[in-house]
Design a protein around this ligand. Structure first.
Ligand code: AMP
Ligand code: MG
Length: 316
């Protein structure tokens, strides 16, 4: 997944072999990478991306679960979240094909863009398999797989008997139980560069997950413009709005991850509407019109979860 992970966990009983625990986590993550990553040549996703259309390609239940969740978020977001953008993400230099120093030529954008489409993707539970209706359709689960992996690590820790843990992969976090010493875990949210260090909200987290997505995380600059890794599926272009970061709290890290990316696809105004319409707990960080000040907006569901941090009524 091209990122780091960390786990803090505790248990009332003595855990026999902490090293075995961390090895089991590393093993699980390697397995998931080998299923979900399009950066690994012989992963399930990479094999599916090369497969011929109109035949079922057997995959693991993990891959099916992630694709099904991606389809659900896609439908609920009006197509903003789209895991069939693989070839386009790659064309823009954010895939395994390698980075770019300048935007690709128009014909490459329209070529890769024409291969996308969630309706061209079919998923089956039993036996688990994927099918595409056109040659060249390619999955990129980069906006959701980290969250799924966090959830799976959480399950694993549960199995080891841990009663409190904080699991983090590349900024997507899930917490259960209490932190060592008591009380909910405290997670400091990432803030976009340019904000003073330590100014992000610190949120208490217990039994929930939080994910943050941001245009500042991965981008290139050319001719004074910034091109981010979040791709607008309608314009086939990196997003151009002023929203810098979106955080989402959800029951699972997978959903938090997918929705955080979706918010970044939509931009500040549409993301607000979507968060309210879908009842999602969302915090948006964006620049004001003059581009000099950072502003935040939190959804009603976010404010309900974190009443002590909600803006006071009337303050806007
Ligand atoms: P995240 O870091 O979770 O926000 O995910 C960002 C990654 O999601 C990008 O690097 C792409 O691999 C992928 N991505 C980009 N645009 C979209 C989109 N519109 N829908 C789903 N995934 C996307
Ligand atoms: Mg995401």
């Amino acid at each position: 997944m091209g990122t780091s992970w960390s786990v803090i966990a505790h248990s009332p009983r003595e855990i026999v072999d902490p090293k075995a625990v961390s090895e089991s986590i590393a093993g699980l993550l390697a397995t998931l990478d080998g299923r979900l990553s399009n950066w690994i040549d012989d992963s399930e996703v990479s094999r599916f991306n090369r497969a011929t259309p109109s035949t079922w390609v057997p995959v693991s239940a993990d891959t099916v679960a992630v694709v099904q969740a991606a389809m659900d978020v896609s439908a609920r977001s009006g197509g903003a979240f789209d895991v069939t953008l693989g070839p386009l993400v790659d064309t823009w230099g954010f895939g395994p094909g390698g980075a770019r120093a300048a935007p690709p030529p128009d014909r490459e954008i329209s070529g890769a863009g024409s291969l996308a489409g969630m309706t061209r993707l079919q998923v089956r539970d039993n036996p688990p398999a994927l099918m595409k209706s056109i040659r060249g359709l390619g999955l990129d689960l980069g906006g959701i797989a980290k969250g799924y992996a966090v959830d799976q690590v959480a399950e694993l820790l549960q199995g080891w008997g841990f009663t409190g843990y904080l699991v983090e992969i590349g900024g997507e976090v899930r917490a259960r139980g209490e932190r060592p010493g008591g009380g909910p875990w405290r997670v400091a949210l990432e803030t976009p560069p340019g904000t003073a260090a330590g100014t992000g909200p610190v949120i208490p987290l217990q039994g929930l997950a939080v994910a943050t997505s941001g245009t500042y995380r991965n981008f290139f600059e050319a001719d004074g413009r910034r091109y981010s890794h979040i791709i607008d599926p309608w314009h086939k272009f990196p997003v151009t709005h002023t929203l810098s970061a979106a955080s989402v709290i959800a029951d699972t890290a997978m959903l938090a991850d997918a929705w955080a990316t979706t918010m970044m696809v939509r931009g500040p105004e549409h993301a607000r509407d979507l968060a309210i319409e879908q009842g999602l707990a969302v915090l948006l960080q964006y620049q004001d019109a003059s581009g000099t000040r950072w502003e935040t907006w939190s959804s009603p569901a976010w404010n309900a979860l974190l009443p002590e941090q909600a803006p006071t009524p009337g303050s806007g």
